[in-house]
Design a protein around this ligand. Sequence first.
Ligand code: TRP
Ligand code: ZN
Length: 456
Amino acid sequence: MLVALSAGGCTGRRDESAPEGFRPGAPGIGDPYFPTYGNGGYDVASYRLQVRYDPATDELTGDASIEATATQDLSRFNLDLAGLTVSSVQVDGTDAAHARTGNELVITPATGLGRGDRFGVRVRYSGKPVPITNAELGSGGLLHTSDGAIALGQPESASTWFPVNDHPLDKATYQVEATVPEGLAALSNGVPGGSSTDAGWTTWRWAERAPMASYLVTLVIGSYRVSTGTHAGKPLVTAIAADLPAGGPAERSLARTGEIADFLATRFGPYPFDAYGGIALADSRIGYALETQSRPVYGPAFFTEGPNLEVVVHELAHQWFGDSVSIERWSDLWLNEGFASYAEWLWTEHDGGPSAQARFEQEYARTDWAEPALDPGPSEIFSRAVYQRGALAVHALRRTVGDESFFRILRSWAAEKRDGNATTDELVAHAERVAGRQLRPLFDAWLSGTTAPPLP
Ligand code: TRP
Ligand code: ZN
């Protein structure tokens, strides 16, 4: 859509209340795959989300406090919000005008916000959350379950339960305070801040202090067996749906979280976050696992045939590749999925299974080279090529530069881009710098070439 692609800074009409030269922020952050995702004109530093959810009525009441900095002279700006009803918006404590168009909340502050100004937005809202349906990519958002709710999804989920700059390019810290009927758990990302009960409602507090992409925020409410411990001096919280068998495959798999994270740290460098954990779901409508920051969420299908460590390895590898080092645009998703898939090969080899080389040869033989891993098109971001050709490209790099350079490239990449965003071009440049040789043709052939590259 033209309106979404255009920079609001050039096309918007001036609002009366803002000084000359102040313009609306763009309604999208500028991702060619998803032009309406995120917004322009500001950068969020932190979200504080206070939400109350009643599973009996599916009613959510929210109070979101957002700290941001204007990146242009702003007359107004958007947040992404799908469904729900906004009752009030304040900017820096003063009531602001607000309107809804599609999944956008348009906020016009009483006075303009100058470029570089730090400002606070408070949004009070309520309603029954409705997931975003996407026929090609699967739906995302807050899903009502038999005993609670699950907020999960990629590339979109957050805007169904809070107002957000919904794109991985604008990472921010999060405090989540979720109030649920006494007896239910409410799990989210990061370090647990304890819970307190008042008049039949329990508030669970969570803090993710490292910048987090919005699709990595989760909220899981329901009957769970929650275990809180520590690993390597950091909190480790795992939650197993009460409907899953005690001591069953999901529980036994998630119990390996600390050990698997430690293994990955030997390959990728120090674990990047302040907390560990995992959440195992019983609701079979969730057919995926997702690398929600510091605490991945696992659908039940992974554990129907016994323990599954590969999925735990995959989601934990994303903590380095995807969560700490995040994509700048969705066409680069292989940067997440290629490395997470490759981590499975490393684990299998370490665990006494087939070698990474054997997995590489097997995948190589079954690859359809017509499908690119890089820039696969918006409907193909979760395609087999993104995952498996991505992993092949990583192993091809290893074979080409040798183990010593390869693991140096991985570790220094994770360290230098920690808590940030990155692109494929930056990875190629980084690998070339560390290895001291030209690698662009290698990456091009393995990620985008239309014929099988020669085996390195
Ligand atoms: N990124 C997830 C993984 O690789 C998989 C995934 C794709 C997903 N689309 C999703 C998970 C939607 C949850 C919802 O582990
Ligand atoms: Zn993945």
